[in-house]
Design a protein around this ligand. Sequence first.
Ligand SMILES: [Zn+2]
Length: 113
Amino acid sequence: MGGIREVVAVIVAADSATGRVVKAIDELTAHLPPPDEPWACPLCSTESWPCSRFNAAAHQVMTAGLQIRDWIPNDLHARLWGKPKPRSPAPPAPRPQAAPQSETWFDEESPDG
Ligand SMILES: [Zn+2]
């Protein structure tokens, strides 16, 4: 069960921000779950996704100043950051988290903060 997420290869300058963290990006991508099983890391059978190795790689990518969001398929954004909020004037009521998710491992940057 479970497909394999399609990947592409790209060549970047080694001394670019991306080039300096290609290993982390490789690692990050290797730990992306397949589209039909977004909780299942293909490499870490004992952890549900996002697994610790994914988190570690994500930290490295972010430390390089890259937008982690740009390296993650859209269908996984909701799993990392929660579902996009519908525009609603009412403030969100505090509610317990449904899933036992690990702590927020990074803050979403607001583009115009
Ligand atoms: Zn993993």
